[in-house]
Design a protein around this ligand. Structure first.
Ligand code: DER
Length: 241
């Protein structure tokens, strides 16, 4: 799987990060480190006048450790290109994102960029959202509102128990910390699975969820990606536009 991630990342950087690209958004997750590796490999001359804007703590550390110039979206709100991972991608390049609880800043940098590109391994290459990523739509919520939003999501059709008996709609609890996961913005994450008929219309579902008071951002990225690069096990890369 790592080789597939590297393949996707390298292909995307080679195609979308040229010398003319100065302001570059770096996403979050386990695939984007290969994006940074490939950019560093372009050499100090190519990177001397570039600024790299992170989508969270992990992304910021990646940029710093690679000795690339770190910038802030406050200072550089108009990016040339942002490259990011995804948890699942459908036929129309709509994505589920937020497995790493970074979707608010990721969506800000995706929208701030002229070009937004997805890099992923073959496991994310899906047809209908919710098929391979079954944990639910990651939703960042204000802590004050999480219980109310859980009620709203249940009323919207998100089941507390999945058909296979596994837990469904839930506040995302931390593993090495008592209590819930807290995002880089100090908010909670709710994971909300929905039945296929609703996941087949991600833009509609996104709007319904986004309208719930207390929701900060929704891990559905619809009609945003310029291209998606999927690394395959056989060493090939599939590019979808
Ligand atoms: O949280 C996210 O959206 C991240 O981009 C992440 O989920 C991407 O997954 P990866 O670790 O397989 O790259």
């Amino acid at each position: 799987v790592e080789a597939a991630k590297r393949l996707a990342a390298f292909a995307a950087v080679d195609r979308h990060v040229g010398l003319e690209h100065k302001f570059i958004g770096i996403g979050s997750g386990s695939t984007v480190p290969y994006v940074v590796d490939r950019i560093v490999a372009q050499g100090p001359e190519a990177n001397r006048h570039r600024v790299f804007i992170p989508t969270g703590f992990q992304s910021k550390e990646l940029i710093i450790k690679a000795h690339l110039t770190l910038g802030d979206v406050d200072q550089f709100p108009n990016l040339d290109v942002t490259i990011d991972g995804a948890d699942e991608v459908d036929n129309d390049l709509n994505c589920i994102k937020g497995g790493g609880a970074c979707q608010l800043r990721e969506k800000v940098l995706a929208e701030a960029a002229t070009t937004w590109v997805i890099v992923a391994d073959y496991r994310k290459n899906s047809h209908v959202l919710g098929t391979t990523w079954t944990q639910g739509v990651p939703i960042e919520v204000a802590p004050f509102a999480y219980a109310k939003v859980l009620t709203n999501l249940s009323q919207l059709g998100s089941p507390h128990i999945l058909p296979n008996g596994k837990p469904g709609l839930a506040l995302r609890m931390a593993k090495m910390k008592a209590g819930p996961v807290v995002s880089d913005n100090g908010n909670f994450i709710i994971d909300a699975p929905f039945p296929p008929e609703q996941m087949k219309k991600p833009a509609e579902l996104l709007h319904q969820i986004k309208m719930l008071t207390g929701v900060v951002e929704v891990g559905l990225f619809c009609d945003m990606a310029e291209a998606a690069y999927f690394g395959n096990e056989d060493g090939t890369v599939m590019i979808r536009h």
